[in-house]
Ligand binder design. Structure first.
Ligand SMILES: [Zn+2]
Ligand SMILES: [Zn+2]
Length: 683
């Protein structure tokens, strides 16, 4: 690949030779300190060393992205966000040999500092819990449990990139801590099939040595389906477990119990330790009738938790800032059932989350009951329906779900369309229908659109646009706000439900997970209200190392942190040092780029001709002739004045000067800061 050419560039050979000694020192160092973990949030010398220990790792993962897109000719490159004085930046790259960055003399000192910062002690007799992800965001849930010689990983999610990470597909948890302790990992346990719990699997499993993966049947099918998109990854060691079953993992025994969520086969995990049990509830809500837990829930939780032997409880915070109880999902399904039955106006189009699998099953069954046909639009929804059908969880006739092309064969009042995109996602089915760009579904005045979802914070504008578009085409729109009956319920316990759970479980220690910091704090508040001592609660960040010490009597946060910087999936690449790329992208999006190509005559110290300028996204060049003329003048002056007496030519120095002078001038004239990239060629 082009981006890796620099590895093989003979120009770097000397640097590598310079480096061998340093690398040796580092390796010795790392071996001495088995617990040593290096930071991963910036290009780090030590990273190279510690990854060198895992040679087998290289071939099996996608190549790590070269964060700066460094071209081969260092002297012809300059980016404002690049490293100017030290030449092109050499980011952390697992497939590349260690490279010189700061000069060898300074490195040992630097290592010492980093060790002080990142040395992580052995667990000893303590129970260690580390949420590597999912505690500073909704998504990328992953929690590490460690006791003596065993590590159990609970969930492995991801989340999508957003406006802060332009062009990034996914963000996955930083698993450096686990990569350094591969041999201790006994299992990955997945609580349920939502992407914020399974999304990271294809990217992470090989990195951590592909340990066995335990989960229930439907989740296993969802994981397998997703794995089909990664044909080159090593096969997973998937083990299907039953609800209420137990397994032995290393020295530990683990029980599973089922929880109520929006997807079948959701479960919680109970790990037995000599000091007490550690319980992770996964994602859950409490089935209820008007805020009173159902008899089944009462019975089940009493059976599982009445001994009050839970030492630590980890609990979902997603809806912890909402008071009361969720509407019962049964009631939601009943209401939608009656809407499906009574809708005679025309087609009924239901937008919901593809993750609302239980509700989708219910809607399809309702449609069949009333002799209606279902059209499914949206890939994730189609996939999920195919999976539940395969698992035998969807019991309807073969001709209830029809192809969109066959819709014309039935009167509109007999058609129910299930569509993704209730959050206004740009490319989802419902958005395309609203925008008039859907191939098969054109919205008309007899259509009723039911948005069976709440609005995820941050999506307000997009949902507004979706509703505007649909309304413009004449559709009748029913949302959870305008509907007189409940047409949506969250899958995450609200405060009332959390209280109910905490009073049942009565844990000694409490750790809120799954949510942004504010949600975690809200969950902490609930726990305190339920009588859990404030000093027994830890509100973690991603990478916080929590330990239960003194034979299970004390909970503490270690000073050290597990690496938790962002790891991004960008096309085919995975990397953890792409902040510089992201910064460049943001800058390009804001003010565009400005490339200068200058040919200089080395002997005479003059420009061969007027410099070429290429610009995108900055100003319209054809209407900016005066600006260009002045800029060319500045370039010429800067180069020619500074080349006087310069031998040999210091290209980096010239580039820096050109960049500074041109950037300053462009900012004065336009109040914009395009990325200035000078290319200076000596002839
Ligand atoms: Zn979930
Ligand atoms: Zn979740």
């Amino acid at each position: 690949m082009e981006k890796n050419i620099i590895n093989n560039n003979p120009q770097n050979a000397n640097q590598d030779a310079d480096h061998k000694l340093v690398v040796k020192k580092r390796l010795v160092f790392v071996r001495k300190n088995n617990n040593y973990t290096s930071p991963t949030n910036k290009p780090s010398e030590v990273n190279h060393a510690s990854t060198d220990r895992q040679g087998s790792y290289h071939a099996s993962v996608p190549h790590i992205h070269d964060a700066t897109n460094t071209p081969q000719k260092s002297h012809s490159y300059h980016s404002r966000s690049g490293n100017i004085s030290n030449g092109p930046r050499k980011p952390f790259n697992k497939s590349r040999p260690p490279q010189k960055r700061m000069g060898t003399k300074r490195i040992p000192e630097q290592i010492n500092k980093k060790v002080a910062e990142y040395f992580i002690p052995q667990t000893g007799e303590n129970i260690r819990i580390i949420p590597l992800g999912g505690t500073e965001e909704i998504g990328k849930n992953i929690t590490v449990f460690e006791y003596k010689n065993d590590i159990i990983i609970m969930d492995m999610g991801f989340h999508f990139g957003d406006e802060n990470t332009p062009g990034i597909d996914y963000i996955i948890p930083n698993t450096k801590y686990l990569e350094d302790r591969k041999d201790k990992i006994r299992a990955v346990i997945i609580t349920h099939g939502h992407l914020d719990h399974i999304g990271g699997i294809p990217y992470i499993m090989e990195r951590i040595g592909n340990p066995p993966l335990f989960t229930r049947e439907l989740t296993s099918l969802m994981i397998k389906k997703r794995q089909e998109e990664f044909p080159h990854s090593a096969p997973l060691n998937l083990k299907v477990i039953e609800k209420d079953s137990s397994i032995k993992l290393g020295e530990l025994s683990v029980d599973f119990f089922s929880v109520n969520h929006t997807i079948p086969d959701s479960m919680g995990i109970k790990i037995h330790t000599p000091h007490g049990n550690v319980v992770n509830l996964g994602d859950l809500r409490v089935d209820n009738v008007n805020g009173v837990a159902t008899e089944e829930e009462e019975k089940y939780y009493t059976e599982k938790f009445s001994k009050h032997d839970t030492l630590v409880l980890l609990s979902d915070s997603t809806s912890s800032d909402n008071p009361g109880w969720n509407a019962s999902e049964k009631e939601v399904c009943k209401n939608i059932d009656s809407i499906i039955k009574n809708n005679t106006r025309g087609r009924l189009i239901i937008g919901t989350f593809a993750s609302q699998i239980e509700r989708m099953i219910s809607m399809i069954e309702s449609a069949e009951k009333y002799g209606k046909k279902i059209v499914v639009e949206g890939r994730s929804m189609k996939n999920n329906i195919e999976i539940v059908r395969m698992a035998g969880r969807l019991k309807v006739g073969k001709d209830t779900v029809i192809n969109v092309e066959d819709m014309e064969n039935y009167p509109p009042s007999r058609i129910v369309i299930l569509a993704t995109g209730a959050q206004g996602d740009e490319f989802a089915a419902l958005m395309r229908m609203g925008g008039g760009s859907h191939k098969n579904v054109k919205i008309n005045k007899t259509d009723t659109v039911l948005l069976s979802s709440s609005i995820v914070p941050g999506n307000e504008k997009a949902v507004q646009k979706l509703k505007d578009n649909l309304a413009r085409q004449g559709a009748k729109i029913v949302t959870y706000r305008t509907s007189e009956v409940y047409i949506h319920a969250s899958g995450h316990a609200k405060r009332g439900e959390l209280e109910w759970i905490y009073k049942k479980v009565k844990p000694t220690f409490f750790i809120p997970i799954h949510g942004s910091h504010f949600m975690l704090r809200a969950n902490e508040e609930v726990a305190v209200e339920c009588g859990i001592k404030p000093e027994n609660i830890i509100v973690p960040d991603n990478g916080t190392i929590i330990e239960i010490q003194n034979n299970g009597t004390k909970i503490v946060t270690l000073r050290e942190k597990a690496p938790a910087s962002l790891v991004m999936v960008d096309g085919f690449s995975i990397g953890d040092v792409q902040e510089v790329v992201i910064r460049d992208r943001r800058m390009l999006a804001q003010d565009g780029m400005f490339v200068i190509i200058a040919n200089i005559d080395i002997r005479s110290g003059t420009l061969k001709k007027s410099p070429d300028i290429i610009s995108r996204g900055f100003v319209y060049l054809r209407e900016s002739q005066e600006l260009l003329k002045q800029t060319r003048h500045i370039i010429k002056k800067t180069i020619e004045e500074n080349m006087v007496g310069m031998n040999p030519i210091n290209f980096d120095y010239l580039k820096d000067l050109v960049t500074d002078n041109v950037s300053r001038y462009l900012f004065q004239q336009t109040a914009k800061r395009p990325m200035v990239i000078p290319v200076i060629i000596g002839v």
